[in-house]
Write a protein that binds this ligand. Structure first.
Ligand SMILES: [Cu+2]
Length: 150
């Protein structure tokens, strides 16, 4: 019960942060994350993909080394390659965003794969993720949206 209330308070704080920053869903000063979305899992699927755009306004490369989220038992970093027209995903150690660059994470490129739901995702709900990077932790609020490949 105590844990649950603590979690709710944390979520409300994060939602207020989102409300005050119309485009960015997260910020550690020079790092921002825009338009973060989690795809509604297919029926009975144990995992799903996500997309977001990472803005690195710092003078150093940003390396995303891991991602956590209390709604997921495991989070993987993936890249996508095409083998004779077929899409294949491969786990990678980290995803790098060069200094003063942005990088769109999509299912067709590098992306964050979310597995093992601690409870079912609901369409439209906001879910928090924490990006663990060489420049510190970045909290991201992602919306659960219908599946799309774009
Ligand atoms: Cu993937």
């Amino acid at each position: 019960m105590t844990n649950f209330l603590w979690w709710r308070t944390g979520l409300i704080c994060m939602l207020m942060t989102v409300a005050s920053a119309p485009f960015a869903a997260a910020s550690t000063g020079e790092i921002e994350v825009g338009k973060a979305e989690i795809f509604m899992p297919q029926r009975n699927a144990s995992g799903t993909g996500s997309k977001m755009t990472i803005y690195n306004r710092s003078d150093q490369p940003l390396m995303i080394r891991a991602v956590t989220g209390e709604r997921f038992r495991q989070v993987m970093l993936h890249t996508t390659t095409y083998q004779s027209g077929k899409r294949e995903m491969h786990p990678v150690d980290h995803i790098t965003v060069a200094a003063h660059q942005k990088l769109a994470l999509t299912l067709n490129t590098a992306h964050i794969m979310l597995m093992g739901f601690t409870r079912p995702l609901q369409m439209g709900e906001l879910v928090s993720l924490i990006l663990h990077t060489n420049q510190g932790s970045v909290t991201v609020i992602a919306r659960v949206v219908p599946m799309s490949i774009r």
